[in-house]
Structures are given as C-alpha cells and as structure tokens.
Design a binder for this molecule. Structure first.
Ligand code: GDP
Length: 434
C-alpha cells in the first residue's frame, strides 16, 4: 500500500486529523509531550482506495527538542512515505520551524499536501489563504475538530498519492470514477434516465478486490469512461410516501449531493418550472457541486410550451445561467449522448485553478477600469486576491474597505467571462484589511 505521512509541529492537530481520516471519534493518543505510541501506522480507506497512514505525532517526546522532533518526522516522511500531509495551524500561521520543514520536504521532492488546520473561526479562510506563502501550493482549509474540509483534503491527497498496483479502478483513473447524482423532483424522469443510461451502455458489475462501494451506487460505462451514479436506491426503488414525502425527498437529495461531485438536475419540460425545481438546484449550488441541467421529456414539447419554457428558464434559473444545458428525452433517447460532454465540461470548470499571478493582473486591470463606488468619502479597493481552493473554485479577496454585494457580483461575472468556470458555482469571500 502507498504510505502517507502526517507531519507537523506539536499541537497543530495531527492526531485529530488522523482520527478524522480513520473515521473514529476517540483520540488515538492525546497530543501530550512525552507520550510514546506503540503503533504509528494505520490502514485507511477513502473513496475506495486504501493506504497506510503514518502518524508522526507520537514522536513529540520531550527528550527531543521541538525542532529535532519535527525534523525527525520530516526525515521519516522523506525516506519512507510516498506522500506527505503537512499540517500547519492556520490560527498561528507559518512559523520558522514550519518553514524549515518545508525546505526539507521540497528538497526531497515527495508530493506534499498542505493542510491549513483549525479553520473554524470567522477569519479561517483568509488565515488559510495566507499559507500560500509557504510555496507548497494550495493550503487546504480544514477543521479536523469539526471535520470540515477533510473530504477535500483527502481528495487532494489521493490525487498525489501513487496508486497501489492492485487498486487500479478501470477507466476511472486516479481517485476512481467521477461521482454523479441524478436529482430532481418526483416524476421528472430520474429512474427513466438511469435506466436509459444503464441499458444503452454496459452496467459494470465490479467485484474487484480492494474496492469498497456502496450498494446504492451504480457503476456505469458511458462514453468510454466509468461513472459512479450515487445513491440510486431511491431512484430504482420507487417508494411513494404520502406523509412528509417532500421532506424525505430532500433528505435523499442532500445525501446524494453529499457523495457526488457533479449534480445532474432534471427538469420536466412538460410542466412549468416550480419552486421545488429551483430549491433542488439551490441545494446543489449550496453544496458546492458542479451542475448540469437536463431538460427532460423534450419529446412532449409543442411550440407554445417551448416558448413559455424559455421564458421560465430566463426568469427562474438566472442563478445557474452558467450551468451546461442538455435537452433530452429519457424516453426516446434524444440527445442523451450530450450528457457526458456536459458533465465533463462542468467537472473541468469545477476544478479550474487560476494562478495567483494571473488572477492579480486580472484584478488589477478590473479595479483600475471599474473602481468600487465611493462610500462615505472613501473608495474601498480590492488589493489582491488568491484562489483558495477548487471543487468548487473559492476565492479570497483582500480589500481596503467594505465591498458591496453588487460589486462582488460584478467581480464574479467578470471572473467567469475571463476564466470560464462553466458548470460550477464559485465562492468569493472578501477580507477587509485595516
Ligand atoms: P422519477 O420519479 O424522477 O424517477 O421519474 P420516472 O423516471 O419514474 O418518470 C416519471 C414519468 O415520466 C414516467 O411515466 C415516465 O415514463 C415519464 N418519462 C420519463 N422521461 C420521459 C421523457 O423523456 N419523455 C416522456 N414523454 N415521458 C418521460
């Protein structure tokens, strides 16, 4: 199995992170000086991939000085690990010790994922963004204590961790097949679409050793690739609950979104777009998933209904103008072949990263050409920005004063025009610097 080492100064939260990754609540060992562990290697599993997790926290014995213990961890990581998670306390920021370890790690050339831990306060995101300075790439904001961000961190780790030979998972590539949720209100045609998709192509029964997957997920080959359609039980098994049906339907949608990377939202074009439709779309956007909108039952459209449909889309779905659109019929199979390219477009947007330099020259020009309106005799300015993450793209902008919502939307629009981001929500937070 590939080996992942967790490295960092004492008290940055390594043990808590290890427990999170292992999925257990109790601490393995408290972060206490002088505690020796008899076991430092654990077997972990994420998204069906197994790896060895080495917790170096136990080496923080008081016999070693601080720098010596941390250097020993780095030394180990360099020699024995295939990849390293370097944990930094984002509340404290990067210390000299941290910087010394970074030098060691970079010289060794092993892949390193930077974990900005303890991101749980109001300034968390911005504190995490400051760790770009370490030169290790994107700081992944995490609260090991609350579990926030650990999923994304693990995804990033799996991206750099070499695949164990026996683990290769078909055409899905690194990290396994992409995970798709088919969502939409009852009777929009989810089960019809799943059947269509699963019938035309091959349903892959995957009994490979070492891959764990939920029986409610289905692996389907489409367009030469494997896709995991998540949480399909509720789609296949048509339970029609009377009482509280909406509640259960939205619970199921939330659960599917939790597991998915991309949401394919179905809209039934034979009926008016409803509040339920827009609510489901909002759930996908709020969950930070990339979105494709599939207008289903296209075979039922006549000219009049089509005319009104386009008006409804303009009026009710402006919030997701950026989402790729496919006009399909799960019944006749019309345009079903356009689904995969749309999903791929959305996933690409979701993973887009704008280099800090490029972003700042873009922001510089934008601010010069379109300054923020003057408020109270002062002109709030965007000073600089950084993309703090992907999946979905997250930006932290630093400003000299309060930036109004309208100006934020303007920036988002211009970011989309400049860099694409088709199919993905983007999140922008602004931090005011005094
Ligand atoms: P679900 O509740 O979202 O899973 O919806 P179903 O797949 O059960 O579909 C609800 C109804 O819509 C069924 O009667 C389907 O036959 C019908 N339906 C689904 N897709 C289409 C389509 O593309 N065109 C037409 N005309 N009917 C469809």
């Amino acid at each position: 199995l590939p080996v992942l080492a967790v490295v960092g100064r004492p008290n940055v939260g390594k043990s808590t992170l290890v427990n999170r990754i292992l999925g257990r609540r109790e601490a393995v060992v408290q972060d206490q000086p002088g505690v020796t562990r008899d076991r430092v290697t654990y077997e972990a599993n994420w998204a069906g991939r197994r790896f060895k997790l080495v917790d170096t926290g136990g080496w923080e014995q008081d016999v070693l000085g601080l720098d010596a213990s941390v250097a020993a961890q780095a030394e180990f990581a360099i020699q024995a690990a295939d990849a390293v998670v370097f944990v930094v306390d984002s509340k404290v920021g990067a210390t000299d010790t941290d910087e010394a370890v970074v030098k060691l790690l970079r010289r060794a050339g092993k892949p390193v994922v930077l974990c900005a831990n303890k991101v749980d306060g109001p300034t968390g995101e911005a504190d995490a963004a400051m760790l770009w300075n370490l030169g290790l790439g994107e700081p992944h904001p995490v609260s090991s204590l609350h579990g926030r961000g650990t999923g994304d961190l693990l995804d990033a780790i799996l991206d750099v961790l070499p695949e164990a030979p026996q683990q290769t998972f078909g055409a899905g590539g690194i990290g396994g097949p992409r995970r798709i949720a088919l969502i939409g209100r009852p009777n929009v045609g989810k089960s019809s679409m799943l059947n269509k998709v699963a019938k035309e192509d091959r349903v892959v029964v995957n009994e490979q050793a070492g891959t764990t997957r939920d029986p409610v997920d289905e692996l389907i080959e489409l367009g030469g690739k494997q896709w995991m359609f998540v949480d399909t039980a509720g789609i296949r098994r048509k339970v029609h609950l009377q009482e509280g049906a909406d509640y259960y339907a939205s619970l199921r949608t939330a659960a599917a979104l939790e597991k998915a990377e991309c949401a394919v939202v179905l809209i039934d074009v034979s009926e008016s777009i409803s509040v339920q439709d827009t609510r489901i779309i909002s759930m996908a956007v709020d969950a930070g998933r990339c979105v494709v909108i599939a207008y289903n039952k296209w075979d039922t459209l006549d000219d009049e209904r089509r005319f009104y449909l386009e008006r409804e889309i303009e009026r009710d779905l402006v919030q997701v103008q950026w989402a790729p659109r496919v006009n399909v019929s799960a019944r006749t199979g019309r345009h079903m072949e356009k689904l995969v390219p749309a999903i791929e477009t959305a996933l690409a947007g979701w993973e887009t990263r704008v280099p800090t330099g490029k972003l700042n020259s873009f922001l510089g020009e934008l601010v010069a050409a379109h300054p923020h309106p003057i408020r109270g005799g002062k002109q709030p300015r965007i000073l600089f920005g950084t993309q703090a993450g992907t999946k979905p793209p997250r930006f932290v902008l630093f400003a000299s004063g309060f930036i109004e919502a309208g100006y934020r939307r303007f920036i988002e629009r211009r970011l989309r025009e400049e860099f694409g981001f088709e199919g993905t929500p983007i999140q922008i937070s602004v931090r005011v610097r005094e």
